[in-house]
Design a protein around this ligand. Sequence first.
Ligand SMILES: C[S@@+](CC[C@H](N)C(=O)[O-])C[C@H]1O[C@@H](n2cnc3c(N)ncnc32)[C@H](O)[C@@H]1O
Ligand code: SF4
Length: 363
Amino acid sequence: MFGIPPYGLNLLRPHAVVNRYRALLSLRSPQASASPAHGVVEAYIEPTVQCDLDCVFCQSKTLRRHRRGKLHMTYDEFTHVLDAMPTLAAITLTGMGEPTLNSDLFRMIGLARSRGIAVRLVTNCNRHTPDITRNLLSAGLWWIGTSIDGALDATHERGRRGGNRPRAMENLQRLLDQRVGRRAPIVNVEMLAFDYNYHEIPDLAQELAAMGVDELDIRGRLTDWGKQQWKPATIDRRAGNDAPGFHLAVERARELTKASNLEILLSGEPYSAKRRCPKPWGFGVYVATTGDVVPCCTIADPGVVTMGNIFRQPWDTIWNSHAYRELRASLLDGAIPSYCRNCYGEEKSATQASEAVRWVSTP
Ligand SMILES: C[S@@+](CC[C@H](N)C(=O)[O-])C[C@H]1O[C@@H](n2cnc3c(N)ncnc32)[C@H](O)[C@@H]1O
Ligand code: SF4
């Protein structure tokens, strides 16, 4: 439901299981409240805003300028975040940077796992040494997302400035080879689908299927991070703007890989009054390196909207803050805040919107 992952046996905290169940019930209820009685279920935690790449569609570099030297989250700060949110069932280590650049990353994963929290991580796969691969595999992650944006080197590197596709693919293959015999992690490739790369979806899918990748998540709904100035480099260039061609490419990819174990997912179905964004109800709180709490990773910028600061305020104060209650109330009323417009598909034409509704979302 709502693309919320199940976590499986990776979630080992009974009280968090109960809380998650209550949160799901509350989300489904027509009487959902702006002041929910349950706690937060899932958080995106930003280990760093430092990055080895400078992708044309990513706000990482801009955010670094605003952080006044506060690039990484420390291990103690990370511990504080977990302490502050005892109902957490799962975390995703990602954000506006490359997580493997935080030297405490594997200690952080170890701490979360020792508390029974399911952990996911997203990486550009560009700088994995054999040691990083080994650590990623033994850390206890249940899911790793890797970012590959095309079947041709030039296409991937067009958007991922400073990236090297052959190296990323070699690192991905090493991860897959060394995973043999383990139950986890699930290895996912996320492809951002632009007008300039979606024709390569069938070739990329075939390549990933042959490598043994588990999931290809085609991300048709790009974010402008809640800011107009990012629109030209992001949503104006999304593959979904040519919906028929894009869907044909996805169908072709499914056809070509149906005999393999590759699952092709298509994220992008817009939210609506009937299908509310679950994040303000605890399924995807975003915590920046500064401790600022943002409603989701689709905005990921405290400069656009902040619910509070987890290093300076008790979590309950933030969770029940005026800002959080107001955001939930506006989503319940259908008065969508301007920074949510991208996810609610408000600016789409009627034809594009009906195409988008046909998109199959992650189960
Ligand atoms: C911001 S990155 C951080 C992790 C890592 N540096 C990476 O690139 O995989 C997390 C995910 O966001 C995706 N992303 C970057 N810019 C985006 C945009 N404008 N819209 C949607 N997703 C985006 C990336 O492709 C990546 O899969
Ligand atoms: S998308 Fe990832 S790799 Fe690219 S600049 Fe942003 S954080 Fe870095």
